[in-house]
Design a binder for this molecule. Structure first.
Ligand code: SAH
Length: 563
């Protein structure tokens, strides 16, 4: 029995635009679907996700079962997807929307909820959707596509049912189906056909079965019988209670089980949201032989987000040096799923645009420990929290502060239950090196010249050793208004060990507006060429350069070998 899921808000919608003319409409549609992203054609329009060719991009989204809203001619979308249609494994909703928002045309994914989306988008744009499905036109609703919270049990059975109705049969409605009240159905109390709304399994010919997602699995103990997995136990209990698996809305467990990996895996295998807390009184618990697990039923479909809380996530990401195309996709994804974004204001702004439901917490650059603690506080209430750093979060940035905060709070169960992850980014030294060529092609070290958090004597010792060891050096935080003399002092130490000919690369605002790249030598370098937005790379004795063929400066590199 194949279940058909209605489109739900968990799958991020891809809104595809080809030019600036469509961006306003795209953003209006985006506001309707939290978490959705606007995909823009490179060179024509800047959006959340860049793509270079429409056809392959649409086919890839389609193959990944992503709902697609393409702001272009329906014909273009049809041509692009034609070759992908033979593969019947997925059928995500696909719609064409006129650039100016004047027409909404559902194209594919009738069973994936395309007409529902067409109505939603049309309502957001204040136009009428172009619905063409005959059952839907006749009855005013698509019987095979019940609203969120309800699942059609069997699509083939459903299709037969609808064609019987179209051929003149009548039907009863058994159970609570409020959305059918407004439908123009050929009802008769004594009809042979019935639409049955029930969480239970049953197979009766001539019935269109719809399961309300009103059942939840309550797990209170992990393994009364260690040899049986949680998933097997769930399947067994469903069989015993004759509850359809499609009726399940969530797995609920006590707060104390929040960090359990087997539980998280089981929920993922069952494709159910995992919530933590206590069972609301409105649920009826079914008796069970398994003393660590029960099924509970609510009178109506359950919105899992109203049940206890989720396991919060805290993701520390690096934005890269500045430009969107140097941010890793995992960081982009974390931002798209974030409820809260914390960081130094400049970086938070760099991480946008944000959806209206996302909360920004901008703080001063010096309040790192406070920010880290605030992030844990938010995440432990079940929110998806992202802390942003520029470059890589582990290089002189927030990841270490976040771990320090957690280390200091070992006894804090809530903080320790948060799902913490760190997403790397392109650090300023790497971004600068790539612009210059490959100055970090051999052994190198990264040093922060800031003595805010470490004694200057430590910095001097490290500089001396690194210079003696002939390491290429990348200087972060080379100067600031509060630290005016440190760079000159550092360069004096380097000059004691390296020749005046040593190559220096200065990258300023790399990947940001007004980016500059300068190549010079140790004896010509002056601290006035450097500010706090500059990365200073000091070459080793083998670092060399040659003129670029286009005459645009030099390539700088450090060979991989030593003489
Ligand atoms: N986590 C960051 C570094 C933070 S320390 C990273 O991995 O890149 C801040 C220092 O990084 C600045 O003083 C500057 O030296 C360097 N920096 C950061 N972004 C830069 C950029 N876009 N161009 C050049 N240097 C940059």
């Amino acid at each position: 029995m194949a279940g058909v899921m209605t489109f739900n808000d968990d799958v991020p919608v891809a809104i595809v635009v080809l030019g600036m003319g469509a961006i306003d409409t795209a953003r209006r549609i985006q506001a309707r679907y939290p978490g959705s992203l606007v995909h823009g054609l490179v060179g024509r329009v800047k959006a959340d996700v860049a793509f270079t060719e429409l056809g392959p991009h649409l086919r890839e989204l389609y193959a990944r079962n992503t709902p697609i809203v393409a702001l272009c001619a329906a014909g273009i979308v049809i041509r692009c997807l034609a070759s992908a249609l033979a593969d019947k494994t997925h059928e995500p909703p696909v719609l064409a929307v006129a650039e100016d928002g004047s027409a909404v045309v559902p194209l594919l994914g009738g069973l994936g909820g395309v007409n529902v989306m067409a109505r939603e988008i049309a309502a957001a744009l204040d136009v009428a959707p172009a619905i063409t499905t005959s059952g839907e036109l006749r009855f005013g609703t698509c019987l095979l596509n019940p609203p969120a919270g309800y699942v059609l049990a069997d699509i083939e059975q459903g299709k037969r049912f609808v064609s019987d109705l179209l051929a003149g049969a009548t039907t009863r409605v058994e159970g609570h189906a409020p959305w059918l009240d407004a439908a123009d159905l050929p009802r008769a109390a004594d009809a042979g056909l019935a639409i049955r709304i029930t969480p239970h399994t049953s197979k009766v010919a001539g019935e269109l079965m719809i399961h309300p997602r009103c059942a939840i699995v309550c797990v209170t103990a992990l393994s009364p019988s260690p040899e049986q997995s949680i998933v097997e136990r769930v399947r067994q209990i469903l069989r015993e209670q004759r509850i359809a698996s499609m009726s399940l809305a969530a797995v609920l467990a006590p707060l104390s089980m929040m960090a359990s990996a087997p539980l998280a895996e089981a929920a993922q295998t069952l494709d159910l949201p995992l919530r933590f807390g206590t069972l609301p009184a409105s649920f009826q618990t079914l008796e069970s032989r398994d003393d660590g697990m029960t099924i509970a039923l609510a009178p109506h479909p359950v919105d899992p987000t109203m049940l206890g809380q989720a396991r919060g996530t805290l993701t520390v990401i690096g934005l890269g040096p500045g430009s969107a195309n140097l941010m890793v996709p995992a960081a982009r994804q974390a931002l798209a799923q974030a409820d809260d974004v914390l960081g130094y204001e400049t970086y938070v702004r760099m991480a946008g645009p944000f959806a209206p439901h996302q909360t920004l917490h901008c703080t001063d650059n010096r309040e790192e420990m406070q920010r880290a603690r605030h992030a844990f506080e938010l995440a432990s209430t079940g929110r998806n929290v992202v802390v942003v750093s520029s470059g890589d979060p582990g290089v002189f940035a927030m990841a270490a502060a976040v771990l320090e905060a957690l280390d200091q709070a070992r006894d804090n169960e809530q903080w320790n239950a948060v799902e913490l992850s760190i997403v790397p980014g392109v650090s300023a030294a790497l971004a600068t090196a790539a612009r210059a060529g490959a100055p970090l092609g051999h052994d190198f070290c990264m040093l922060s010249l800031s003595d805010n958090l470490k004694p200057w004597a430590v910095i001097e010792t490290r500089l001396r050793h690194a210079a003696q060891a002939d390491l290429v050096m990348a200087f972060y935080n080379p100067v600031s208004r509060a630290r005016p003399w440190q760079l000159d002092r550092a360069l004096d130490i380097v000059r004691e060990h390296r020749s005046g000919e040593t190559l220096i690369v200065l990258g300023r605002n790399i990947g940001r507006p007004g980016e500059t790249l300068t190549t010079t030598t140790l004896d010509k370098l002056h601290s006035s060429q450097v500010d706090m937005r500059t990365m200073v790379i000091v070459g080793s004795s083998t670092t060399r350069s040659f003129a670029r063929a286009n005459g645009d400066g030099d390539w700088v590199y450090t060979p991989r070998w030593y003489e």
